[in-house]
Design a protein around this ligand. Structure first.
Ligand SMILES: C[S@@+](CC[C@H](N)C(=O)[O-])C[C@H]1O[C@@H](n2cnc3c(N)ncnc32)[C@H](O)[C@@H]1O
Length: 188
């Protein structure tokens, strides 16, 4: 394999298969039907009208649509994912609900493609546990966050202590608030 092939393979290392993505989407639909909890969770994040929010690792867009509602017409939501099916799913939600303030963006590796200092808030929900190079990933989140901005992140399927070690060890973020649900961090 040439160096370009190796680079592409590395960039896609965290991209799940299409069938896994579809199964995950189905599972989320069932969970959200049985236990509709996303609006309540997002309230705790502190999303305000007019904010620019980045939903990093947006998956099928179940959070992005709620963020869009909270930030309103003056705000903006970037729904970022490494998987093409996530971007397609978000586009479908945009069409279905006529949402004008969401922009889906396909990431490449740890490059979101967003400009520097664009986000008031970056939310990385149920995805940090799968990131193989947390420091590189957290550097990218810092790059796109305004100096007074906030990162809302949860540990997902890893112990909270492990997630915290990764965040603090990155040298990019300070955790300033914690609840059972998530951690809030400021760029260092
Ligand atoms: C378990 S899903 C959670 C989706 C969504 N945050 C939610 O809670 O409904 C994790 C998502 O993160 C995405 N992801 C994983 N690594 C990523 C990366 N490096 N950049 C962007 N998205 C990534 C996956 O493709 C997947 O859609």
């Amino acid at each position: 394999m040439g160096s370009l092939g190796r680079k592409a393979e590395k960039q896609n290392a965290e991209r799940m298969s299409d069938i896994s993505f579809k199964m995950m989407t189905f599972l989320f639909r069932v969970i959200d039907f049985i236990y509709p909890h996303i609006k309540k969770r997002v309230k705790g994040f502190g999303v305000q009208e007019g904010m620019t929010v980045v939903d990093y690792g947006c998956g099928p867009g179940r959070y992005a649509t709620v963020f869009a509602d909270f930030v309103g017409e003056e705000g903006k939501v970037y729904a970022i994912d490494i998987h093409e099916l996530a971007i397609e799913a978000v586009k479908k939600r945009i069409e279905k609900h006529n949402l004008r303030n969401i922009e889906p963006v396909l990431a490449e590796g740890y490059n979101s493609g967003l400009p520097d200092n664009i986000a008031d808030m970056v939310c990385a929900i149920d995805m940090f546990f799968g990131i193989r190079n947390p420091t590189e990933f957290l550097k990218e989140l810092k790059r796109i966050t305004k100096s007074g901005g906030v990162l809302v992140i949860d540990q997902g399927h890893q112990p909270r202590s492990v997630a915290k070690e990764k965040i603090v060890g990155s040298g990019c973020w300070d955790i300033f608030e914690e609840s059972k649900d998530h951690m809030k961090c400021r760029p260092r």
